[in-house]
Design a protein around this ligand. Structure first.
Ligand SMILES: [Zn+2]
Length: 221
């Protein structure tokens, strides 16, 4: 065959040769020609180079895509992490609220009738101790209460000069500090006892109880 014609044929099927889809006969024909023809060898090298370059380009595109996906995943993880932290903060805050409102001590003052008997006083003390033996009971006489009032009024305490002795308007009382539960139970019991004039406790509702007693109960009624 003429050399130039052979070159045309080989170059026509060179791509197929690179793709390894030629029959054995054609492949051998191409290989034999390539050994003696630097021109077609050059062509072959160029084809291989082109293929290599386009492969690299594709790889770069793939890497870019992977980077984007990774960024997205990272952002998702950050969001997840942030909401986790927020959730933990909310839980800790709620535990704090619970501890603050339920574990801390509350004060209660039990004001006594002027003519309360010794037995009635003992009964009151026993009821408190029965509720919780750890509760410390402080007894204040009406004279002590008047003194407290005077020191609170400072320079104006002479306004109280008419309220000494028989005219003392203050009430003797028991002061206790206790847990919320104990205070609530005691308040109910003590209010109906002989010798008790009134009971005053300073229990603060926690925000949820507050919501419940104000908003929720209004909706229900
Ligand atoms: Zn050739």
């Amino acid at each position: 065959m003429e050399k130039g014609k052979e070159c045309d044929i080989v170059q026509d099927i060179l791509l197929n040769y690179v793709d390894e889809v030629l029959s054995n006969t054609s492949r051998k024909f191409v290989e034999e020609h390539l050994e003696t023809c630097p021109k077609c060898q050059d062509k072959l090298n160029n084809i291989r180079k082109d293929i290599e370059e386009s492969k690299e380009e594709n790889e770069e595109k793939e890497i870019d895509y992977l980077k984007k996906v990774k960024k997205k995943i990272n952002r998702k993880n950050q969001l997840l992490c942030a909401s986790g932290i927020i959730l933990i903060i909310i839980i800790i805050l709620n535990i704090g609220i619970f501890i603050h409102y339920n574990i801390s001590d509350y004060e209660m003052t039990i004001f006594l009738d002027d003519n309360i008997t010794k037995e009635e006083k003992e009964k009151i003390e026993n009821v408190i101790q029965a509720q919780n033996s750890n509760i410390e009971i402080n007894y204040n006489t009406k004279e002590e209460e008047l003194e407290k009032l005077k020191s609170k009024m400072g320079e104006n305490q002479n306004l109280l000069s008419n309220y000494q002795g028989e005219n003392n308007p203050c009430l003797s009382n028991y002061e206790i500090k206790a847990k919320k539960e104990d205070i609530e139970t005691l308040e109910k019991t003590l209010m109906s006892m002989e010798g008790v004039k009134k009971v005053h406790s300073n229990i603060t509702l926690n925000p949820y109880e507050f919501l419940y007693t104000t908003v929720y109960s209004k909706i229900i009624n």
